[in-house]
Design a protein around this ligand. Structure first.
Ligand SMILES: [Zn+2]
Length: 50
Protein backbone atom coordinates (compact mmCIF):
# COMPACT_ATOMS: atom_id res chain seq x y z
CA UNK A 1 0.00 0.00 0.00
CA UNK A 2 1.25 3.47 -0.88
CA UNK A 3 0.48 7.01 0.19
CA UNK A 4 -1.82 8.59 -2.40
CA UNK A 5 -0.09 11.95 -2.04
CA UNK A 6 3.67 11.26 -2.08
CA UNK A 7 3.71 7.61 -3.20
CA UNK A 8 5.73 6.49 -0.20
CA UNK A 9 5.18 2.95 1.01
CA UNK A 10 2.86 2.70 4.01
CA UNK A 11 3.76 0.07 6.56
CA UNK A 12 1.38 -1.97 8.64
CA UNK A 13 1.63 -2.51 12.36
CA UNK A 14 1.56 -5.95 13.94
CA UNK A 15 -2.17 -5.43 14.48
CA UNK A 16 -2.50 -5.09 10.72
CA UNK A 17 -3.37 -1.42 11.03
CA UNK A 18 -1.82 0.95 8.57
CA UNK A 19 0.70 3.59 9.64
CA UNK A 20 -1.27 6.47 8.19
CA UNK A 21 -4.95 7.06 7.74
CA UNK A 22 -7.78 6.55 5.34
CA UNK A 23 -9.55 9.52 3.83
CA UNK A 24 -12.36 9.80 1.36
CA UNK A 25 -11.98 12.25 -1.47
CA UNK A 26 -14.73 14.29 -3.08
CA UNK A 27 -15.63 11.31 -5.27
CA UNK A 28 -16.00 9.14 -2.17
CA UNK A 29 -13.00 7.03 -3.05
CA UNK A 30 -10.96 5.60 -0.24
CA UNK A 31 -7.47 7.06 -0.19
CA UNK A 32 -4.48 6.48 2.06
CA UNK A 33 -2.32 9.24 3.49
CA UNK A 34 0.97 8.75 5.32
CA UNK A 35 1.70 10.59 8.60
CA UNK A 36 4.25 12.90 6.92
CA UNK A 37 1.71 14.17 4.43
CA UNK A 38 -0.85 14.59 7.18
CA UNK A 39 1.60 16.82 9.03
CA UNK A 40 2.70 18.63 5.90
CA UNK A 41 -0.76 19.49 4.61
CA UNK A 42 -3.98 20.50 6.31
CA UNK A 43 -7.07 18.39 5.88
CA UNK A 44 -8.62 20.71 3.29
CA UNK A 45 -5.40 20.78 1.31
CA UNK A 46 -5.16 16.98 1.36
CA UNK A 47 -8.67 16.68 0.01
CA UNK A 48 -7.84 18.89 -2.95
CA UNK A 49 -4.86 16.63 -3.73
CA UNK A 50 -6.60 13.30 -3.49
ZN1 LIG B 1 2.68 10.77 1.89
Amino acid sequence: MKCDICGKKIEKTFLNKIVGSYMRNSKHKKKVVCPECQKKYGKEELLTKL
